[in-house]
Ligand binder design. Structure first.
Ligand SMILES: [Zn+2]
Length: 137
């Protein structure tokens, strides 16, 4: 496979822990395209903390069954220690980049474009993980 990761990203960033090459194999092309667009719009580094997850790794960390991460349709971006204005910039860039499902935690932002996941009447879903920092989506 000769496809390239989105600009400013390395394939390794999308791997499930313990499964080298899994990100490259399983991340959806459309998801990566939106991420690349969002990164370009934001103009600031995106540190990926979780992207593709094998179903077993997802279970191990308490992710919901059938998580968008296991379909290669989700990314988590670190916002740890960032000024809120930068967090807002990243959120806006993700939406403008094409993501319509966004979850906000204290230390990361989750974005996915899993077509099988619920959205509201406007085609959007937002939520937070403030009660429980563990990553479930
Ligand atoms: Zn996530």
């Amino acid at each position: 496979m000769s496809r390239k990761p989105p600009k400013n990203f390395e394939w390794e960033a999308f791997d499930s822990p313990g499964a080298p090459g899994s990100g490259r194999r399983h991340m959806a092309k459309k998801t990566l395209k939106k991420l690349g667009r969002a990164r370009k719009l934001a103009g600031v580094p995106f540190i990926i903390t979780s992207a593709y997850r094998t179903p077993s790794y997802n279970t191990e960390i308490g992710g919901v069954e059938g998580s968008a991460h296991t379909n290669g349709r989700a990314v988590d971006i670190s916002i740890k220690g960032m000024p809120w204005a930068r967090v807002v910039l990243i959120l806006v860039a993700l939406v403008l980049g094409g993501f319509r499902r966004i979850g906000l935690a204290k230390s990361f932002v989750h974005a996915d474009d899993d077509p099988d996941k619920p959205k509201n009447d406007y085609g959007i879903a937002t939520w937070d993980y403030m009660d429980d920092e563990r990553h479930k989506a």
